[in-house]
Design a protein around this ligand. Structure first.
Ligand code: SAM
Length: 276
């Protein structure tokens, strides 16, 4: 018998994948967690019924949440990833030779542990890397108690429900601003411009109240709702669109490049309209 998994992405739209095997399911203290193997996308991490990452298309999201900020900042040394317990963003962060310490603050230890077990190619930097520190804590509490420490903060969160709700709030962006150094940069994943227009509008407006430079950029992620994904950057000093191409190092990436860095801020008209 064929088995198919459907994520109901909105009340009216879903994505359906043929399952080759269910590897693991559990209820953690924070969410329902499933690891499934799919014919098209390989292994897939699903939290509360929503696709978080897959072995086949994870490179787009993880490269794009990391390298745009890390190449905009001239010398990122201290980097914080909030959420991101699968380890994909941290794996990209430590590709930068300037990074002395990459800290992961994930609220759910089970996401980290199961990713290490079932997604070794994504979680590879979470064990045995002396530059990586893994902290199991609430990212909101962590930034509240931190002042002027980080060059770059990446918010690699779940959708804005449950423990991630506060990761999409004005007060959180103010705390991130304070946790960054004087020329720090943050990037948050901000969902789909097709399905989450109100969220994008609100987050962009809130981040613009906090950061002198706020920019939105896009990437194509097949397993995320609508396939078109947005990231919003807040920067204290550096403008990601002013980066000189030759300063962008080769990082062994499959999606991100100097051309992509320059191109992703050119937005389709309907997305630009959301920001006005
Ligand atoms: N790339 C994914 C996406 O856009 O669908 C998200 C990756 S998933 C690994 C995000 C992680 O954020 C989850 O493991 C979840 O436990 C974590 N998370 C949610 N709220 C959090 C909080 N307040 N502090 C730290 N981590 C949190």
């Amino acid at each position: 018998m064929e088995l198919w998994y459907t994520e109901k992405q909105t009340p009216h739209v879903g994505i359906t994948c043929k399952i080759s095997r269910t590897l693991h399911t559990e209820q953690t203290p924070y969410q329902h967690l499933a690891m499934i193997d799919t014919e098209q996308f390989g292994r897939m991490l699903v939290l509360d019924g929503m696709v978080m990452t897959t072995v086949q298309d994870e490179f787009v999201y993880h490269e794009m949440i990391s390298h745009v900020a890390l190449n905009t900042h001239p010398n990122p040394e201290q980097v914080l990833v909030i959420g991101g317990g699968d380890g994909g963003a941290i794996r990209e962060v430590v590709k930068h030779a300037s990074v002395k310490k990459a800290t992961l603050v994930e609220i759910d230890a089970r996401v980290i542990e199961t990713s290490k077990e079932y997604l070794p190619e994504i979680s590879s930097a979470l064990s045995g890397n002396p530059r990586v520190e893994v902290v199991v804590d609430d990212g909101i509490a962590h930034v509240k108690k931190t002042r002027g420490v980080y060059d770059v903060i990446l918010v690699d969160s779940t959708e804005p429900i449950g423990p991630a709700e506060g990761l999409f709030a004005l007060d959180f962006y103010r705390d991130i601003f304070a946790a960054l150094k004087d020329d720090g940069i943050m990037v948050a994943q901000t969902e789909s411009p097709f399905f989450n227009a109100d969220l994008i509008r609100r987050v962009y407006k809130d981040m613009r109240r906090v950061f002198p430079i706020t920019k939105l950029y896009l990437a194509a992620v097949p397993t995320y709702p609508s396939g078109l994904w947005s990231f919003t950057m807040g920067s204290k000093r550096w403008d990601p669109e002013q980066v000189e191409e030759e300063k962008i190092p080769a990082l062994g990436t499959k999606y991100y490049s100097a051309d992509i860095h320059k191109a992703v801020f050119k937005l389709p008209r309907f997305v630009r309209d959301l920001l006005e």
